[in-house]
Design a protein around this ligand. Structure first.
Ligand code: AMP
Ligand code: GLY
Length: 444
């Protein structure tokens, strides 16, 4: 019997904890720091995910058998490296392996070296060189801070002047500090954006079904970018051919490339992909479960999550263990008024019991807190209503029936998650279309 620690405190970690607890092998489950939802099913530990030494001391004292990284800031803070050094089993990438997400310049070089399809690019580490690079190229162009910038470091520039301004902000004004010391300038990709995840054990990768996030705050893909307003899986129009390409030409070569760089990857590899007809290109790599992708995927996973993650840490991932339910899953985020900008906290939440009365519906908590017995909002993305169904329309209907039972002051949600079921975008939808003004995603 195993004692498991999940690190993080959002909807993703609630979903991972919920799925881990379905394993007959999990005896005790801790979540650090967790939220009001994880407190209902597991034991919350009041240690922040970047307090590496405190986390290690806790894990050793509690004789934790498996630590699962949800929140990526934990890898970045060195939790994985320290835990591995102390001989603990961890599902999550080392700092070196996580560079596939934390350094876009590294990720692009890795893709070039391993012939992974992606937008043609150049990297620059000084302003003058970047300017000369811009002078030589056509527009639109995509300008990216190489380092982490909370999703705000990417600008689609329609003209040289817009691109110059973006580079100036990153490299001279240092808007994102050292994250903008290096910039990547790449071609604009047309198409529709989807993603996949893959369990990885350093050598073997096993793909999940395709998923699609809805990042803009409002219906019709309007409004500012968020951390994710809803996710569907599988994506109805993504074909076996697309998935074979993603596996053979993208995920496996990335894993092999990382191992050759002495940065073997154990964890969840999550490429963001642009699909245009049969062509698939990588937009970015993430080195973690997505949020709310994980909430959707955990509803679809049929296999034993504990066994899969544990096998990954031992280099023994067996594709036969990763099985999926038929049908479809969806998650819809209920967010605070004003999100992704500023919003109020502390609103009482009601209706969760009624909303989750159907067995196909499960509600995961994001920013919630229990205060003297009452459940209250404590973040921008408050709850994720998830549902499974025989197909996407069935799952969608169940999730929306359930979300209408929930209320808190200022609650917002998108009403069109899962409506887009073809590879074509409706007029006015933004994915894959150059803007005339430079676009700057505003993340959560
Ligand atoms: P990234 O942080 O690299 O994922 O970029 C953030 C978002 O910008 C992506 O999710 C895409 O919507 C968009 N984006 C990034 N790179 C490109 C590209 N080369 N072409 C079109 N859109 C892009
Ligand atoms: N849902 C987007 C992300 O996790 O990055």
């Amino acid at each position: 019997m195993a004692r498991v620690l999940v690190i993080g405190g959002g909807g993703r970690e609630h979903a991972l904890a919920w799925k881990l607890l379905q394993s007959p092998k999990v005896e005790r489950l801790f979540v650090a720091p967790g939220n009001a939802g994880t407190a209902e099913i597991a034991e919350n530990v009041p240690i922040h995910f970047t307090e590496v030494q405190d986390l290690l001391a806790f894990a050793q004292q509690e004789r934790i058998d498996l630590t699962v990284i949800g929140q990526e800031a934990a890898s970045e803070a060195g939790v994985v490296d320290e835990f591995l050094q102390a001989g603990m089993a961890v599902f999550g990438p080392s700092r070196a392996a996580a560079r596939i997400e934390t350094s876009k310049a590294f990720a692009k070089e890795l893709m070039r070296a391993n012939r992974i399809p992606t937008a043609p690019f150049r990297s620059f580490d000084n302003y003058q060189a970047a300017l000369s690079g811009l002078a030589d190229r056509s527009f639109p162009a995509v300008i990216k801070a190489s380092g982490l910038a909370e999703g705000k470091g990417v600008v689609v520039a329609g003209t040289f002047e817009q691109a110059r301004e973006a580079v100036l902000k990153l490299m001279v004004a240092k808007r994102f500090g050292a994250s903008g010391d290096t910039v990547v300038i790449e071609d604009f990709l047309l198409g529709q954006e989807i993603s996949v995840h893959a369990f990885c054990d350093d050598r073997t990768a096993v793909l999940f079904p395709a998923s699609q996030d809805h990042k803009q705050a409002y219906d019709g893909d309007k409004g500012p970018n968020t951390g994710g307003m809803g996710v569907i899986a599988p994506v109805p129009w993504v074909t076996r051919g697309h998935l074979d390409t993603i596996e053979a030409r993208i995920v496996q070569p990335a894993l092999d490339g990382l191992r050759r760089e002495h940065a073997g990857f154990v964890g969840c590899l999550y490429p963001g992909l642009m699909i245009d007809g049969d062509t698939v290109k990588v937009v970015e790599f993430n080195a973690r479960f997505g949020d709310p992708e994980a909430q959707t995927y955990m509803r679809l996973l049929d296999g034993d999550l504990y066994e899969i993650l544990d096998a990954c840490t031992r280099g023994e991932l067996d594709p036969k263990d990763v099985t999926w339910k038929s049908g479809a899953a969806i998650s819809v985020a209920a967010v605070s008024d004003g999100y992704p900008g500023s919003y109020k906290k502390g609103m009482p939440i009601s209706g969760i019991g009624k909303a989750s009365s159907e067995p196909e519906v499960v509600i995961f908590h994001g920013g919630t807190i229990r205060d003297q017995g009452a459940l209250r909002t404590a973040g921008g993305r408050v709850l994720y209503v998830t549902a499974v169904g025989s197909d996407l329309n069935d799952a969608r209907r169940k999730a929306y029936d359930a979300i209408h039972c929930i209320s808190f002051d200022g609650m917002n949600f998108r009403t069109d998650i899962g409506l887009r079921q073809t590879p074509e975008l409706a007029p006015g939808q933004s994915s894959g279309r150059p803007e005339t003004r430079p676009s700057e995603p505003e993340h959560s």
